[in-house]
Design a protein around this ligand. Structure first.
Ligand code: ADP
Ligand code: MG
Length: 322
């Protein structure tokens, strides 16, 4: 079983940033509205995520680290409409199989917290611990027991950069949650709870908000909001392309194609569009169980999504050149 976990870890925990993503998703699924991330050495030595979410009852602590144990879906049909960021039940088990992991949690209503530690597939007995609320997950020495994988890690600065990207994506999608990020003891981001536009300004820069064009469109069950770069915008980075589906950062060819086409049709140039767009739809209209890292989706009606995206952005851009 330990070996199977390590194989799964290869798919889920490609690098420190992928572990961080799983941990942040868990905190958000637990309803946290304050999440603190501490990294040491690009996340290789330590990834610590502490949250003020609902916590885990002591009886469920060992389960949280067991493979394919999830508290989020109960039956196969639930996969048809996943309302949480996690659902595969392999995030923590995978991380634990390639690190020294400790999990401290205090469930709502519990007298105190409990802590378990996992190392090389061995799980300790829960012990009483001190924590005022929520959950703290510490991941030490990622890949300490899989030297081959450890060799594939890039420099500390590069791994930190990936972690910071992951952090920024999550923070963009969840403005109603306060986040902090520190690296090697220095705070890099301190984000209060704020509006979506304020969060965009905090992460992508004031100019993105000032020059950007506000998007708000709806078609039946489909909702689109956020900002797209104005035709004159030159200052935003080329890589400022953020698309979220139900709070999840997604890379999708259909989506980038629709946006590129909209820019081309209206502005007649091939410049890279910049955008931070948030797309909401009922969970049963999108399949998120496509990829172990959950970074791809399949829309049930992809042409409706394509049309909404393209026509909305076309209209907004057309307003600026009229
Ligand atoms: P999944 O998120 O797919 O359910 P994970 O392996 O990521 O699987 O987590 C396993 C379980 O551990 C979750 O279903 C949840 O019950 C619990 N858990 C993990 N992290 C937290 C957290 N920060 N707060 C509360 N519960 C958590
Ligand atoms: Mg999870």
């Amino acid at each position: 079983d330990h070996l199977i976990n390590q194989i799964a870890a290869g798919e889920v925990v490609e690098r420190p940033a992928s572990a961080l993503k799983e941990m942040l998703e868990n905190s958000l699924d637990a309803g946290a509205d304050d999440i603190q991330v501490q990294l040491q050495q690009g996340g290789i030595q330590l990834i610590r995520v502490s949250d003020n979410g609902g916590g885990i009852p002591v009886a469920e602590l060992p389960l949280a680290l067991a493979r394919h144990a999830t508290s989020k879906i109960r039956q196969l049909e639930d996969l048809e409409q996943v309302g949480t960021l996690g659902f595969r039940g392999e995030g923590l088990a995978s991380i634990a199989s390639v690190s020294r992991l400790s999990l401290t949690s205090r469930a709502v209503g519990a007298d105190h917290a409990w802590k378990v530690e996992a190392q090389g597939g061995e799980l300790s007995q829960p012990e009483p611990a001190a924590l005022s609320a929520g959950t703290v997950v510490e991941v030490h020495d990622l890949y300490y027991n899989t030297p081959a994988r450890r060799k594939f890690l890039k420099t500390e600065a590069t791994e930190y950069g990936h972690c910071e990207d992951t952090f920024k994506r999550m923070a963009l999608a969840w403005p109603q949650v306060a986040f902090t990020l520190s690296h090697n003891g220095r705070i890099s981001w301190r984000l209060p709870r704020q509006s979506s536009h304020q969060r965009i300004a905090a992460i992508l820069g004031e100019h993105f908000l000032e020059d950007g064009l506000s998007v708000a469109a709806e078609n039946g069950m489909l909702q689109l909001s956020g900002l797209v770069g104005s035709p004159t915008q030159s200052r935003a980075g080329r890589d400022a392309q953020y698309f979220f589906v139900n709070g999840r950062f997604i890379r999708d060819k259909l989506v980038s194609h629709a946006l590129r086409e909209a820019y081309r049709d209206v502005l007649h140039h091939e410049r890279h569009p910049v955008y931070a767009l948030f797309f909401q739809l009922p969970p049963e209209l999108v399949d998120v169980n496509v990829h172990p890292q959950k970074s791809e989706v399949k829309f049930r009606d992809s042409s409706a999504v394509y049309r909404l995206l393209k026509s909305t952005v076309q209209q907004i851009l057309a307003g600026t050149v009229a």
